[in-house]
Design a protein around this ligand. Structure first.
Ligand code: PGA
Length: 250
């Protein structure tokens, strides 16, 4: 039985005061008093500069810490970058790799994403690999082809077995931050496809859906057999919404 996972990607949002309030709002409401976290793991991914603040605020909680990206190198002359070892050092367990905003705006290639995935595993972080098609690719009937390519580049780099320690997130680019959600049929089709692509690791790999998940649509998505949780953007900046989605996953 696969566990559920709800991850909040704060993106470039927050400040010390707002983060403290958000983290307090989450940890006082999750897990539900007297119930424990059950089958649902949770994590938040603040900007790098607030990771230590969040680690401190989460130290007595079940909520784990993740980062939004990682550099593919171990150390050295990479101005402005952050290594996997540094993320572990400040208490991260997860790291998002290949988010579509980074693929597009930071021009991260499939090969670079694969290197980041590898770098995360090397230091014991659990990579959350984002894959997903653009609107044009979906309209052209190329959604599965794109996602298949994004996955295969990583599988070729690290081997299928590496997915034993990784999470995949399907995030249709057209659904991220737009309020448009993939229909249950669209989401389930892609999740089933990803599972099949992962071969023998398919049945045990956690596959999250991301893209405009809100308290109002989470339950319907989590009811689908191949969706194991969510990667949240906007909804993770509001403690009540984040916790409502964790409860929907439970
Ligand atoms: P969203 O973002 O929930 O705001 O659509 C999801 C993501 O970018 O991971």
């Amino acid at each position: 039985m696969r566990r559920r996972l709800v991850v909040g990607n704060w993106k470039m949002n927050g400040n010390l005061a707002d983060n403290a309030a958000l983290l307090k709002g989450i940890t006082t409401q999750w897990p539900v008093a007297g119930e424990g976290k059950g089958n649902v793991d949770t994590a938040v991914c603040p900007p790098f500069v607030y990771l230590s603040q969040a680690a401190q605020a989460l130290k007595d909680s079940v909520v784990e810490l993740g980062a939004q990206t990682v550099n593919e190198h171990d150390a050295g002359a990479f101005t402005g970058e952050v290594s996997g070892e540094m993320l572990v050092d400040v208490g991260c367990r997860y790291v998002i790799v290949g988010h579509n905003e980074r693929r597009r705006m930071q021009v991260e290639t499939d090969a670079q994403v694969a290197d980041k995935f590898h770098a995360a595993l090397q230091v014991g972080l659990t990579p959350i690999l984002c894959v997903g098609e653009s609107e044009q690719e979906r309209d052209a009937g190329q959604a599965l082809e794109t996602i298949g390519r994004q996955l295969r580049v990583v599988v070729e780099r690290v081997g299928l077995e590496a997915f034993e320690h990784a999470v995949v997130a399907y995030e249709p680019v057209w659904a991220v931050g737009t309020g448009k959600v993939a229909s249950p049929e669209q989401a389930e089709e892609v999740h089933r496809f990803i599972r099949a692509e992962l071969g023998k690791l398919g049945p045990q790999t956690q596959i999250l859906y991301g893209g405009s998940v809100k308290p109002g649509n989470a339950e319907q998505l989590f009811a689908l057999p191949d969706i194991d949780g969510a990667l949240l953007g906007g909804a993770s900046l509001n403690a009540d919404d984040f916790v409502a989605i964790c409860k929907a996953a439970a």
